[in-house]
Structures are given as C-alpha cells and as structure tokens.
Design a protein around this ligand. Sequence first.
Ligand code: 0GY
Length: 305
Amino acid sequence: MANFEKTLGWLDWYAGPSKPEFRLPPGAVDAHCHVFGPGDEFPFAPERKYTPCDASKAQLFALRDHLGFSRSVIVQATCHGADNRAMADACRNSGGRARGIATVKRNVTDAELSLLHDAGVRGVRFNFIKRLVDFTPKDELLEIAGRIASLGWHVVIYFEAQDLPELWDFFTALPTTVVVDHMGRPDVTKPLDGPEFTLFLDFMSKHDNVWTKVSCPERLSVSGPPALNGERNAYRDVVPFARRVVETFPDRVLWGTDWPHPNLKSHMPDDGLLVDFIPHVALTPELQQKLLVTNPMRLYWPEES
Ligand code: 0GY
C-alpha cells in the first residue's frame, strides 16, 4: 500500500464548510474541482510537483450536495500526471452527474481515449504553469488537440497572465473550444483597464471559441477572506475582474469551487463563502443561470441542454 507524505506546509481542505447564503439555481454545475487519490487506491504520479492530502470522490460528492450543486466537472490534478484513473473512477461513479477533463500524452491510444469518453471525459487540460508541470512541446499538444477534436472534446488551458502574449499564437491555433482556467490568473493589484487584463479580454473578444472560468478568487485575491467576524463578502478585490468577464461574455463563462484547492499557502477557503462570491460577479438571475447552468450544460451535457 502506498504511503505518501504530504508536501511540507500543505493545507488540507476545510472540512466544515458553511451553508452558502446564496441559493444556487436548480441544476447548478461546479465546473472546476479535483479529486486527490486516495493515494493508497490511486497513487500519485512519480513526476508530481506536490503531494496533497487525500480528497476522495465521496468527499467531493458530499461537498457538492452540501453546497447545492447538482453536477461537477472533475479536472485531472497535476499530482496524478497523465494517470487519469482517480478522475475517471470518480466520473464513472457519479451516476452521470460528473464530467472529466483529462491529461494525456502523445502516446495515448484511441482505445484509451474511447474509454475515457465512456467514463465522462469531455476535454484535455494543457498546463503552462511552471511550478506544476514539466514542459510539453507545442507540436505534441497540437497533435493531441487534433485527435480529441474529433471526439467533440475541448481544451482547457491554464497559464499565468504574463505568459499570454507568448502563448497567444498557440492558443489561437487550437481547433476546439478553449476554456481558460481562472480568467488567465490576472494580477488583481493591477488596474482592471490596464494592458494585462485588456489583453485577456481582447483574447476572448477576438476568438469566440474561447470561454473562461471566473473561478479561484481565493487564489487570485490579495485582500483575502474576511476576518472571522461573520462577514461573508470575501475576496472583494477579485470581484471587478470576474464581473467584467461575466458581463462582457455571459454565454462563455463557467464557475467552479476548485475544491480541494491545491497549493494554497495563506489559508484554506470556506467553500460556502466561495459560493457567496457568485452573486457579486453575476448580478442578475439571468446571468447566474447562464454561468451556473446553461453554459456548463451546453459544454458538458449538450444532449440534455
Ligand atoms: C487549480 C490550480 C492549481 C493546481 C492544479 O492540477 C493542479 O495541480 O490545477 C494551482 O496550483 O494553481 O486549478 O487547481
């Protein structure tokens, strides 16, 4: 049995999340979350850059129900490398209520892709965050994108805001829908109308195959969560960025918890508070319905939408 020791300073997910005050619309989708192991059933990958605590499918589904979500999109975490067994197992055991995003290498076979599709996988993730993954050549990624396009899958991309100029040509050459994690990680201490975030908004407005998750305020925030005084207005410095994206591209936005919140250093969020962030960025019931139901259903369960 594998016995993994967590990365020094690792913060475990918060086991007592509050009930959100915001009532999610019926059928809401948590479009970005992960499972970790459990390590003794699904070992972490040798090439991983961190070793997390366990975060099982049962724990994920319990959080989904507690917060009021109906469905989940489980994104392969980098600590599992290209071994998609934990994510695929969670999707297969969700009763059709989870879809998956995989990590694959050039040597993945058509039969393996087909099995992943049957499990519920609908996309692959290309990760450009250097602290998380080793470099994969762009020709390999383009080859993978071409193969998964024929399955009707899409590509999820994860990068830092300062790397968008260099990656622009590669991203715009992708033949599928492209979903950007966490608004391309803006530096929220910079102006909303400054060149960096304007470039990201341009990227979306010039390419209507590009979607984004307005997720991870807890990761992007500098002001942080509220003091423990009963206030529920956490991560206010991220609000203007997410709100701008939701209001400009209402049909191409998604939202996710990012549970179990890998690699956070300062604090572990209360997932109930994260849900209460949503009505600050999607102000009307119409925008909330698109963000939480219509858009993710169109992308992940088109046959039901
Ligand atoms: C996220 C963010 C992070 C980690 C991963 O797969 C991962 O390991 O995605 C991060 O450390 O920024 O989206 O969960």
